[in-house]
Design a protein around this ligand. Structure first.
Ligand SMILES: NC(=O)c1ccc[n+]([C@@H]2O[C@H](COP(=O)([O-])OP(=O)(O)OC[C@H]3O[C@@H](n4cnc5c(N)ncnc54)[C@H](O)[C@@H]3O)[C@@H](O)[C@H]2O)c1
Ligand SMILES: [Zn+2]
Ligand SMILES: [Zn+2]
Length: 337
């Protein structure tokens, strides 16, 4: 079968490998679409800390089941599925408490172990979610959107609340969309005017604010001086994460969805006077995947405008370098098999 391996930073190789044989509890999948995200880009560029090469990338997967044993979900050969790429240990404190998304020994398909840039792969049946009624392109966006769905669920967004989402990349757009679906009035904050325009056009935000243009004043004005009761940062930028507190209402919640490999510092008086609730949000759960699939199926998310770039499997190596370069206007690139 055809396989693309990231041999070392900045080098993909198209080669052939053996079709894997599923172990008990695993299904054999035919990979049909691969969504590309920042993680793949950083791994390719050699910027992903502790990344081990060679590695088959690809964790945003749409697949067709080729072979599967008897299973509780009623999955059968021919079914189209999304893959939950976060493989948990099942026994650690987080897993025992139903929070497998932040397992202490997390192994992510396409990051810590080989992923989906190949024609066939095996995946535990427990990590497949049936995606009836969705196109393959739509299924390829489910993992990315589930990150936003999870963050919004954790934040407890309620109908009518003002919610600020900082960062209008693919992750932030998903956060905005699920905050909207929860009934929030969404404010998008970024410095990229093209992305802010997309937030409005795509129906993810009611208001947009450029961070370079007096954001505190603008956000105060939009919210009638109250400030947003939920702020979610999806920038992956230290400065943004540190200054996010100033936008939150007293009694509000701040969620770090974006992550950085750095220390974050902020003023305790700013934190304390608000009695701020501060949360991290990591990965997503089976329930988030189900929620995303239902939301797409019900027509709440326009995935065709979200997917801005695409290529065939063979052409991916040449196209990859141009994707995720903000100048290319990329939001989501998808590889077709
Ligand atoms: N929680 C999780 O499990 C999870 C999963 C996937 C990705 N992520 C993280 O989410 C983050 C966002 O991912 P993405 O793919 O959307 O990234 P991206 O780089 O495409 O988007 C980030 C956006 O933030 C904006 N931005 C940067 N600095 C800013 C600032 N100071 N103020 C306002 N806006 C600013 C950029 O202009 C850009 O539009 C990354 O840190 C990524 O690692 C988290
Ligand atoms: Zn991803
Ligand atoms: Zn665990």
């Amino acid at each position: 079968m055809r396989t693309i391996i990231c041999e070392e930073p900045n080098r993909f190789v198209l080669t052939t490998t053996e079709v894997p044989v599923p172990k008990p509890g695993e299904a054999l999948l035919q990979i049909r679409r691969i969504g590309i995200c920042g993680t793949d880009y950083h791994a390719f560029k050699g910027n992903q800390p502790f990344f081990v090469y060679p590695r088959i990338l690809g964790h945003e997967l749409a697949a067709t089941i080729v072979e599967v044993g008897a299973n509780e979900q009623g999955l059968q050969a021919g079914d189209q599925v999304a893959v939950i790429p976060y493989l948990e240990c099942g026994t650690c404190i987080a897993c025992r408490r139903g929070k497998a998304n932040c397992c202490t020994k997390m192994s992510v398909i396409g990051v810590h172990q080989d992923g989906g840039m190949r024609e066939f792969m095996t995946v535990p049946v427990s990590h497949l979610v049936k995606a009836d009624g969705l196109t393959l392109d739509q299924i390829a966006t489910v993992e990315c959107f589930s990150i936003g769905a999870h963050a919004v669920r954790r934040s407890g967004v309620e109908q009518g609340e003002f919610v600020l989402v900082i960062g209008a990349g693919p992750i932030g757009l998903g956060v905005m969309k699920f905050a909207k679906l929860a009934g929030a009035r969404v404010i998008a904050l970024d410095m990229n005017e093209e992305r802010l325009a997309f937030c409005k056009q795509w129906g993810a935000a009611d208001y947009t604010v450029n961070v370079l243009n007096n954001p505190v004043e603008q956000i105060s004005e939009i919210t009638g001086g109250d400030f947003p009761t939920v702020v979610l940062d999806a920038t992956g930028n230290v400065k943004s994460m540190e200054s996010a507190l100033q936008y939150a209402a007293h009694g509000g919640t701040l969620v770090y969805v974006g992550l950085v490999k750095a220390d974050i510092t902020f003023s305790d008086p700013e934190f304390h006077k608000r009695e701020l609730t501060l949360m991290g949000s990591r990965n997503a759960s089976q329930a988030d995947f189900q929620h995303v699939i239902a939301s797409i199926r019900d027509g709440h998310i326009d995935t065709s405008a979200f997917i801005t770039h695409r290529s065939s499997f063979e052409d991916m190596i040449a196209a990859f370098d141009t994707w995720l370069n903000p100048a290319s206007g990329v939001i989501k690139a998808v590889v077709e098999l």
